[in-house]
Design a protein around this ligand. Sequence first.
Ligand SMILES: [Zn+2]
Length: 236
Amino acid sequence: MSTCKIIKYATVAVLLTAFIVFSSLKIINVTRSTQAANERNGKVILIDPGHGGSDPGAVSTKGTKESVLNMQVALFLKEYLLEEGFEVIMTRGDGDVPGADTGMTNDERKHIIASAECDMVVSIHMNKFSDTSVHGAETFYYEPSEEGRQLAECIQISLKNELDSTNTRTIKGVTNLFVLKTSKAPSVLIECGYISNPTEETKLNTPSYQRRIAFSVCCGIMSYYSKRSQLQSTTG
Ligand SMILES: [Zn+2]
């Protein structure tokens, strides 16, 4: 065989191998993204905008009501989750006049969470503290729940990556919050920031920042599901 022919065959063989490798990588990627999509398709997420009605939750010295901010962030979150193919149930706020701040008793809230056939509970809150320098979003979960812990971890990482890279807060496992232990589904409560910190209060009142919080939480939820699908594909 001439050198020229050998080079020709070698080139064809290299190209063919590259094509096969590229195609199989593509197939793996498609399979992975399909698995991630399956993992979240049809999943029902219960969003709970905390407080409401006669219970404003925390109120800042300037008069910012936690219940109103909770609802605003929750509605943006609902929008993002619907765009990603999730189904959404709200404890309050669905069908309200925009901007309305409806409320419910703890028992009513508990009943909705207990009877909802959901795959996840995400409760939205704002924090307040006597030291006005304290700031930053943090995520709580029901301590005995491993899935709750994983979900909280994914959301907290996303809050750091997408919202505030200086946030050094870590997730906290608690056992006393009924919102977190009423459902069998993994449940988290997100304190999106401190209305007692003047700089954070201004940001929390801004729709673009509220959107970024919602986006971060949505990314966290998606990362939770994609990690679960990776886990399932490795464990068969
Ligand atoms: Zn609250």
